[in-house]
Design a protein around this ligand. Sequence first.
Ligand code: MN
Length: 199
Amino acid sequence: MSYELDPLPYEYDALEPHISEQVLTWHHDTHHQGYVNGWNAAEETLAENREAGEFGSSAGALRNVTHNGSGHILHDLFWQNMSPEGGDEPEGALAERIAEDFGSYEAWKGEFEAAAGAAGGWALLVYDSFSNQLRNVVVDKHDQGALWGSHPILALDVWEHSYYHDYGPARGDFVSAFFEVVDWDEPAARYDQAVELFE
Ligand code: MN
C-alpha cells in the first residue's frame, strides 16, 4: 500500500486571518506532502531490503517510518481539528472528561498552552489508555515524547513552518489564534472512539 495526501477539509484561505492562505498552502502542499512521500519511500526501502536479505539501510528507514508516519498522522488531525466555524469550547462527554481529569477547561487550556510554548514539534491532548485518563503531551519533532498506548485527541503544530510567516517569533499569538479556529467535533468523536476501544 502507499499513503496519499488528502485535500484540506476547507479552502486554503478559510482560516484567515488566523492562519494565512500562504501558510496553509505551503504547510499542506509542501510540508505535509513531504511526510507522505517520506513514509512511502521508507516503506519501499524496507520492502526491498527484506526481499534482498540486506538490512544495511533498514534502521534508518525504520526511523523514517516513525518520523514521517507520525508527521502524516498528526497533520491529518491538525487539519481536522480546525475549521472556519471553530473557536468554541468542547461540549458533551469530552468536556466532562476534561473537567474531571484536569479540574476545569481553563486548567486544561493553561497546561496545553504551556505544552505548546515548550514543544519542539507539537502539543497534544491524548487519551492515555494505560492510566485511563486524558493527558497533555509535549512532543518534539513528530514522535519524540510520545507516551505509548496514547490515542491522540487534539493536535497543535508548533513547528516554525506552522506560524513563523504569519507571527514571527510570537508563538503565543499563534497559539491564541489556534483557539479562534479550533473545532471540537472531530476531537469529540476521537474521544468517544478511544473510550470505546480502551475503557
Ligand atoms: Mn507541520
